[in-house]
Design a protein around this ligand. Structure first.
Ligand SMILES: NC(=O)c1ccc[n+]([C@@H]2O[C@H](COP(=O)([O-])OP(=O)(O)OC[C@H]3O[C@@H](n4cnc5c(N)ncnc54)[C@H](OP(=O)(O)O)[C@@H]3O)[C@@H](O)[C@H]2O)c1
Length: 332
């Protein structure tokens, strides 16, 4: 039987999620990859033990994580049942709906029909009565925002989620959604978006500025650019890396030629700082105090242990920041 490390809260830093009452660990664990049916259950156990033993209280899922879609929630449900239920009140578990999940017109995007049914399915797969955070996973250009936000309101009022979040929204849509949710007194506290040294979309589409101004938390997904911002691909493409084991989203041409040159230069800056590239990439996200949590993925426990060291040094000199921007082609 798993017994959590007694010292689990000693070294993790917890950040307030916007202006809400909720604190999130500076590093959270996502179950997008390596927790589906193609993952190894004993490895999932060890990764969750390592995370929780080191103060990672937040585990992030979505209805469609797998493969196959739904299997990450089912596996996490098994982990909860076998090991973590005694610790449920120490955990923040999130899930989402917004991408294609089941056939026909009711298993995708942002209708009230889809969101409410999907969360019921997620709760069933995980064996839970409620999640801590439920997200709308992506903007829906067709469904009225009032309908999607109304579904989030009903979900909270029915007790199936404590808080709600939005994922992959841009600044202007976030602003409109916030108005609706706040008028209805819905505890909307967090935005989940892709953000890393290589992907600055949230700086360009207003999400980062708007979220901060409105007092909402930000959790960054793919903070290591799916492994590109680590030592994984510095000297070739390992057979056990994401590119080889699951090429759906990360491809060889992402880590070759000029892109690889840039990654190697970033690695030199990390070395000069006494950090691994992964540690520096995560520290970079946390350095300005705006980001609540970096949402990492991992394929093995040792990566989690490496990544949590990032919080030991999140201070950057102006020169370091400028050099990083120059390498990735952003003018200061
Ligand atoms: N809301 C959304 O639309 C959305 C979209 C994507 C992701 N997410 C969330 O964000 C989470 C994280 O996304 P992600 O997995 O792309 O994050 P990531 O942290 O950018 O990439 C994780 C991958 O990087 C490699 N890695 C991690 N730490 C390493 C280390 N210390 N040294 C060497 N390699 C390391 C591993 O790849 P190898 O397999 O090669 O070892 C690992 O699987 C997901 O699980 C999910 O919860 C949300």
């Amino acid at each position: 039987m798993y017994v959590a490390n007694e010292k689990r809260y000693e070294s993790m830093q917890y950040n307030r999620c916007g202006k809400s009452g909720l604190m999130l660990p500076a590093v959270s664990l996502g179950l997008w990859h390596n927790f589906g049916d193609t993952g190894v259950y004993s490895n999932m156990e060890q990764m969750c033990f390592t995370a929780f033993d080191n103060g990672i209280t937040h585990f992030d899922l979505a209805n469609n994580y797998g493969p196959k879609a739904g299997s990450a929630e089912a596996n996490f449900g098994k982990l909860l049942k076998e090991h973590f239920l005694p610790y449920r009140d120490e955990m923040i578990i999130s899930t989402k709906a917004g991408y294609d999940m089941w056939p026909g017109p009711y298993g995708n995007f942002g209708s009230r029909k889809y969101l409410i049914a999907s969360l019921d399915q997620s709760l069933c797969r995980m064996g839970l009565d409620y999640v801590d955070i439920f997200y709308h996973h992506r903007m829906d250009p067709e469904t009225p925002l009032e309908e999607t936000m109304g579904a989030l309101e009903q979900i909270v009022h029915s007790g199936k989620a404590l808080y709600v979040g939005l994922s992959n929204y841009d600044g202007p849509t976030l602003e409109k959604a916030t108005k609706i949710l706040e008028d209805r007194k819905v505890p909307f506290i967090i935005n989940q978006n892709c953000y890393n040294i290589l992907d600055r979309t949230v700086e360009r589409n207003g999400l980062k500025e708007t979220s901060h101004r409105l007092g909402k938390g930000i959790i960054c997904f793919s903070p290591l650019a799916q492994g590109r911002l680590t030592d994984r691909y510095l000297n070739g493409i390992p057979e056990d890396s994401r590119i080889r084991t699951d090429g759906r989203f990360l491809r060889e041409d992402h880590v070759t030629g000029e892109k690889l040159e840039g990654i190697r230069k970033l690695n030199e800056i990390a070395k000069d700082r006494g950090q691994t590239l992964a540690e520096m990439a995560l520290a970079w996200l946390l350095h300005d105090g705006i980001i609540t949590s970096v949402l990492i993925g991992a394929s093995r426990p040792s990566q989690i242990l490496d990544n949590i060291k990032a919080t030991e040094n999140i201070t950057f000199t102006a020169d370091e920041l400028a050099s990083i921007d120059k390498i990735v082609g952003i003018q200061g």
